[in-house]
Design a protein around this ligand. Structure first.
Ligand code: ADP
Ligand code: MG
Length: 263
């Protein structure tokens, strides 16, 4: 599914009536089956943008289109039906087993129990959770919990997977393994993925393109193609295409990072 973000701006108004510009005139396209990383500093509006794309939050200006159909604001039902979100905090129900967490969206959609179990089984296998179905979230490691988050999102069979810093709470080794696994899952399911991160290495390692956002209000600073073959391997981190892309992106956000430290 092709996702068009068409000049989206978002201004929040808090209870005191003060307004916060979170996004300014953000425009880009994610092609069907593409893996695009959205990179920007903390507080620049990344989660806001994902929520607008998911149809959960109305933009102040502009719109979002899924394969040519309006998917923002009042038409957000379109986006809600066609996308699924994986959150930074694992956002699992503590009183439900792994399998029951994975089945949650299917329950909401009114899918009968037998079919829920069959579909959950498929995504349990795909995400490497076999043997852990009956565990509760507190009985799972961070990596396993996020597998549940991914399986739950995939179980509703969305065309678009929206991922909000999904591995940022994991230790470095687990994060590396989960990145590799996600690329494997993407290869097998061919979803359109929009992956939010503030980690340059992670963005370059995984994505076809990296869209770099400025500090708040988030604006697109650059759309950087990553010219590395697939499947990606860890060794590619030493290749000129990797190093040059990472340096270019760091160059773009360096000045902004300095300004943030100086504040
Ligand atoms: N509901 C809200 N009301 C007012 N301001 C908000 C709200 N949600 C987020 N913000 C502000 O909008 C900006 C962008 O937030 P967010 O999208 O969460 O950024 P990021 O995900 O890039 O860290 C921040 O300054 C944040 O404080
Ligand atoms: Mg965020």
């Amino acid at each position: 599914m092709r996702v068009v973000v068409d000049h989206v701006s978002k201004t929040y108004t808090d209870r005191g009536g003060r307004s916060v510009d979170a996004l300014r005139d953000v425009a880009f396209t994610v092609e069907a089956e593409e893996f695009v990383a959205l990179l920007g500093p903390s507080g620049c509006g990344k989660s806001t943008l994902l929520n607008v794309i998911a149809g959960l939050l109305a933009p102040t200006r502009g719109g979002v289109w899924f394969d040519g159909a309006r998917a923002d604001g009042a038409r957000g039902a379109n986006a809600r039906a066609l996308s699924a979100m994986v959150f930074q905090e694992f956002a699992l129900f503590p009183w439900r087993t792994a399998q029951k967490n994975i089945e949650f969206g299917l329950e909401e959609a009114g899918v009968p129990a037998a079919e829920r179990a069959t579909r959950a089984r498929h995504y349990i296998e795909l995400t490497g959770l076999a043997g852990f179905e009956t565990r509760y979230p507190h009985q799972l490691s961070g990596g396993m919990r996020q597998r549940v988050g991914i399986a739950r999102a995939l179980a509703v069979e969305p065309a678009v997977l929206l991922m909000d810093e999904p591995f940022s709470a994991l230790d470095a080794q687990t994060r590396q393994l989960m990145q590799e696994e996600l690329l494997g899952i993407w290869d097998r399911t061919r979803k359109t993925i929009l992956y939010v991160t503030h980690n340059i290495q992670e963005a370059v390692y995984m994505a076809d393109r990296v869209i770099v956002l400025s500090r708040r209000p988030g604006e697109v600073l650059a759309d950087v193609p990553i010219e590395l073959e697939r499947p990606r391997t860890e060794q590619m981190a030493g290749e000129p295409a990797f190093v040059q892309a990472a340096e270019r992106i760091w160059g773009l956000i360096k000045a902004q990072a300095w300004a943030a430290i100086a504040e």
